[in-house]
Design a protein around this ligand. Structure first.
Ligand SMILES: *Cc1c(COP(=O)(O)O)cnc(C)c1O
Length: 409
């Protein structure tokens, strides 16, 4: 496994551990009414004391002075939202973070704000369906082309880059649903050498298990709906990177409008405080479940980066400190056999999404690709008998007993 990113840096002060950062990261201790949680500042607009106050604010903003704690309108900023941004930035080891209304708002705002017409993107396959759709359908209409290359084929990735046209290399890691992992230092090196910005959707990784910015990646994106929120009760997204890059995206958010409501930001901050506890538990249970499934005669194949049988196990072991809470596996038989198994599971809910305290289970062929034929699904790599199990924080022994009875019937 990689050295723990929370361990002391050579010669530096010891870094606080992941649970300490989950609880206190970004904390300013300057709270109204001495409240411990950041209060919900439920306002759409902000008042000025008098015209002089307004003129002073406009002049400072014109000079680019950071106006911490002073906003004029809710689309440009909110203290509850800023508090969450500081905490996620601390967890990810980023200069700054911008919070958006969903993971898709994070991805679309990043790409729309940065790409001129005529630009080109290279992305890896086995990625979130709506990200692929946004690039291949929506951006195409704006004259922006996307080349999709197979995950793990670095020669194809490099060959797809068009000098002066390609602006972004976009990949998830680990991917959905096969948990493929991109070699982060290698991707960062290609981007730097060929002057193309690199983007990692690190939703499945979480800032606990991997920190792509430390490997030289330019932008990290998360669907905060998943592990960061952690309770299946909110949608949000975040983009992290350097001060200048995030400042440009914050300006873009003020134009495109994908802001988070302060109530939602409060729920996200509350969820983030247990991120360290939750993700460590999910890593541990998922590894145990994956190992158990791999030995079961009714299982054709298990996809989990913590298993030596996974194609990217070595890459994952180098760059991750835990392998995450999602385990995908193929049941022997047909689509119906996988469905019957899922219907017999008692603990997990049948639902899309992942990363929360409740375990969720689904068959990607029916959940995300229902309207496609078996052949069309296979063309994007989705097998009919594939099951995606997103592990929650229930006890591992209970989840394994549930799998055992569902597979025995
Ligand atoms: C869920 C998800 C998204 C989209 O996030 P939303 O918050 O649902 O908009 C993007 N990427 C990955 C990897 C996801 O799992």
């Amino acid at each position: 496994m990689a050295t723990n990113p929370q361990s002391p840096k050579p010669g530096g002060a010891p870094r606080p551990g992941p649970s300490t950062v989950s609880v206190h990261g970004g904390d300013t201790r300057a709270r109204a009414h001495q409240a411990i949680p950041m209060p919900i500042i439920q306002t759409a607009t902000y008042a000025f004391a008098d015209t002089a106050d307004l003129v002073n604010f406009m002049e400072q903003r014109g000079l680019g002075v950071p106006l911490e704690g002073r906003e004029d309108y809710g689309r440009y900023g909110n203290p509850t939202v800023q508090s969450v941004e500081r905490k996620v930035a601390a967890l990810e080891g980023a200069d700054d973070a911008v919070l958006l209304s969903s993971g898709m708002a994070a991805i679309t705002t990043l790409l729309l704000a940065s790409l001129p017409s005529g630009a080109h993107i290279v992305m890896t396959d086995d990625c979130y369906r709506r990200t692929r759709q946004f690039c291949l359908v929506f951006l195409k209409r704006l004259g922006i082309e996307t080349t999709v290359v197979p995950m793990g084929d670095y020669a194809a990735l490099e060959a797809a880059i068009v000098p002066k046209k390609t602006r972004f290399l976009v990949s998830e890691s680990p991917t959905n649903p096969y948990l493929r992992c991109v070699d982060l230092p290698r991707l960062a090196e290609i981007g730097r050498r060929l002057r193309v910005a690199t983007v990692i959707d690190s939703t499945f990784g979480t800032p606990l298990n991997q920190r792509p910015l430390e490997h030289g990646i330019d932008y990290v994106v998360h669907s905060a709906t998943k592990y960061l929120g952690g309770h299946h009760d909110l949608l949000a997204g975040v983009v992290l990177g350097s001060k200048a890059r995030v400042a440009a995206l914050r300006d873009a958010r003020g134009v495109l409008g994908g802001i988070v409501d302060p109530q939602n930001a409060y729920l996200l901050e509350r969820g983030l405080k247990t991120l360290g506890l939750r993700v460590r538990q999910q890593n541990e249970t998922a590894l145990e479940v994956a190992r158990w499934l791999e030995r079961h005669p009714r299982i054709e194949r298990v996809w989990y980066p913590g298993l030596p049988s996974h194609p990217d196990h070595e890459i994952a072991a180098r760059q991750m400190t835990g392998f995450g809470g999602v385990v995908s596996f193929e049941i022997r038989g047909k689509l119906e056999d996988a469905s019957r198994f899922i219907d017999r599971m008692e603990i997990p809910y049948i639902a899309p999404s992942l990363g929360g305290v409740d375990s969720l289970i689904e068959q990607p062929a029916l959940m995300s690709y229902f309207e496609k034929t078996t052949e069309e699904r296979l063309a994007v790599g989705i097998k009919d008998t594939l099951v995606r199990f997103a592990i929650g924080i229930e006890d591992a022994a209970d989840l394994i007993a549930d799998l055992e009875q569902a597979l025995a019937a």
